[in-house]
Write a protein that binds this ligand. Sequence first.
Ligand SMILES: [Fe+2]
Length: 214
Amino acid sequence: MKNKSTTTPKKKSASNTTNTGTRNSNISSGKDVKEKDDSLEKFFLDQLKDIYYAEQKILNSLPKMQEAATTLELMYAFEDHLHQTEKHVRRLEKVFQMLGVRPEGKKCEAMDGIIREAEETIEETEEGTMTRDAALIMSAQKVEHYEIATYGGLVQFAITMGLHDAADVLEKTLLEEEDTDMLLTEIAENDINLAADHEGKQFSWEKQQQETNA
Ligand SMILES: [Fe+2]
């Protein structure tokens, strides 16, 4: 099932391109947004730095998740996403460049926490098990959902501010994050979750419930 962000971008309408006024003229001309007094533009830049930091954090963590995975299917999915993430970093640098701002990350406590939790998952599950993969997929989807929410918001802000070229670049990444999320759901639902459930049969919620009801 496709997980939808609350900020999934809407198609750009004609009014988006014409009704931008002059409020973004300084961004378009490449002046440093930090000097501006416009809070949406400041917040946009702040979130751009947040996701730039987050992407690099993910880039660092994906090889560990790939190495820890049990199935080849999940290993390949992580490997593909690693290459995509390198592209995402480059796209963000392009957006910074469009704004005339030096690419810079800002510590993202949320992504630090999600990644820490993902790495704990590796320690808490047994190597070579399907439970390990099921847990890794859940962790990876937490990462994806954070990214989808952030990119979804950034695309909308960019459209609102008339930064259509930036919106197009950010939307490419948003669509790839959504595809990755769907692929992970498919991998989990096709066989990994079921196999993980079977391997843990020494403890069964079902059995416990039957005993309680007896
Ligand atoms: Fe990404």
